[in-house]
Design a protein around this ligand. Structure first.
Ligand SMILES: Cc1cc2nc3c(=O)[nH]c(=O)nc-3n(C[C@H](O)[C@H](O)[C@H](O)COP(=O)(O)OP(=O)(O)OC[C@H]3O[C@@H](n4cnc5c(N)ncnc54)[C@H](O)[C@@H]3O)c2cc1C
Length: 414
């Protein structure tokens, strides 16, 4: 595949842009592969990419029932941070954040990583204690965060009202190299690199069954027929329970819609990402000028991938005290994605009871930030049978009571 470069743009300008190749191929499925990954979201594509890049395993198919990146990967609010409390979480999220720093160069695809900084507001004394504790934990883990006072918060975000009557801002957990990236570009960049290594990305093909022989996986039934494989990676986020059932095991997670919305575009007014977990909302400003606003999950399990009016009202109402200017903005669009939430709010990257089947799920409301680290660790787990990055995230932890409690870092946040 031709490299993207300033030279290539100049060359194509002279040729009326007729020489660009398709970013990835759309091949017919082969009868079998060494590895099949179900789900062409960020995590599935990154897993395939690092299988090829780090382990030379390229006889791989990524099977997607819709279009690649059309699940949560293309629906999230793109916040990237690694300020989690527990050591295994900090390790995988910081690995991901550090890979994001150079991902555009690595993939030769501009993923628009913008390390503009992330503040998690403390608006109760309980939150102050929690975030000071996280800042101490992060210092020990080598993650660059610190607790800042309300004056520093105001300096970073002048549009904020820090003296609100109900929830005054008391300070915040500040991660200066957190930020955002273009979500579609992350999926597209990985897809292009996978295709370039000879992997098959098979879209519009649903996996409908998992075939087993003698307790081990032998392939998947799909809407385009049977595809054999030696190893199967299930990376389908909100539909993990459905595919696990096809393979004959159950997962300790719930599927719920998570919603977000954007305002009309306005002039630049906020150049950091702000999360307000007590009032339950968070926002950043996109390059187009829209305020990108995230809310909470639906209160009941369901698979409806869309927004609802009362969420817009609840989320904006919650944020208006701290961001009074929001009350003057028109909201343009809203949407939802189906997220997979575990009891301890940490992901599952694990072998399963079926030999050769591996599962990567449970990223819940906050897995976009983890994509490169998750793909790195999951590829190692699939290739070698173990990975230091994923060792603590096995599904047996729920049976053994070894929870990785991230309810403060990930319960409502993203
Ligand atoms: C509104 C919203 C806001 C969010 N905000 C943030 C944020 O700011 N920061 C952050 O870090 N995270 C955020 N997240 C979470 C993040 O988007 C997800 O954790 C992450 O994208 C999950 O990626 P994935 O690749 O596992 O799943 P997905 O991108 O959902 O990919 C799974 C794919 O599997 C496919 N699939 C399912 N079943 C089958 C089948 N049977 N056969 C074939 N294919 C199948 C689906 O079509 C889908 O494309 C947010 C999520 C939402 C919904």
């Amino acid at each position: 595949m031709r490299k993207y470069s300033a030279f290539a743009v100049a060359r194509e300008a002279f040729r009326h842009h007729k020489g660009w190749e398709r970013a990835w191929a759309s091949p017919e499925p082969k009868s079998s592969y060494d590895v099949v990954i179900v789900g062409a979201g960020g995590h599935g594509l990154a897993s395939a990419y690092y299988l090829g890049k780090n382990f030379g395993i390229t006889n791989v198919a990524v099977i997607e029932k819709g279009w690649l990146g059309g699940g949560n990967t293309g629906r999230n609010t793109t916040i990237i941070r690694s300020n989690y409390l527990q050591d295994p979480s900090a390790a995988i999220y910081e690995k991901a954040r550090s890979l994001y720093e150079t991902l555009s160069q690595d993939l030769n695809y501009n993923i628009m990583f913008s390390p503009r900084g992330v503040i998690m507001l403390a608006q109760t004394h309980h939150e102050v204690r929690g975030y000071v504790r996280t800042a101490h934990a992060n210092a020990l883990q080598g993650v660059n965060t610190r607790f800042i006072d309300k004056h520093e918060v105001k300096k970073l975000v002048p549009i904020m009202n820090i003296e609100g009557p109900r929830y005054p801002v008391l300070g915040g957990l500040w991660q200066p190299r957190g930020g955002t990236a273009r979500h579609d570009a992350v999926a597209w960049g990985y897809a292009r690199a996978c295709s370039d290594m000879g992997m098959d990305i098979i879209q519009q093909t649903e996996v409908t069954g998992v075939r087993r022989e003698g307790g081990a996986v032998s392939g998947v039934e799909t809407t385009r027929g049977f595809i054999g494989c030696k190893k199967l990676g299930v990376v389908v986020a909100g539909h993990s329970g459905v595919v696990a059932e096809m393979a004959g095991f159950r997962l300790p997670l719930e599927s719920v819609p998570l919603q977000a919305l954007v305002s009309e575009p306005i002039k630049p007014c906020m150049d950091v990402v702000v999360m307000a977990n007590t009032v339950h909302g968070y926002l950043s400003q996109s390059d187009k000028g829209e305020m990108v606003i995230g809310g909470g999950t639906d209160s009941h399990n369901n698979y409806t991938q869309r927004g609802s009016f009362h969420h817009v009202e609840e989320t904006v109402r919650a944020l208006v005290e701290t961001f009074p200017m929001l009350s003057r903005l028109k909201m343009l669009r809203q949407w939802g994605g189906i997220v997979d939430v575990t009891g301890d709010r940490s992901p599952i990257l694990s072998k399963t009871p079926v030999e050769g089947v591996f599962i990567n799920c449970g990223w819940g409301t906050g897995g976009f930030k983890a994509i490169p680290g998750s793909g790195w660790g999951f590829a190692e787990l699939m290739a070698k049978g173990h990975s230091p990055l994923t060792a603590e995230f096995g599904m047996e932890r729920f049976r053994e009571g070894r929870f990785i409690d991230e309810s403060v870092a990930a319960g409502v946040a993203h």
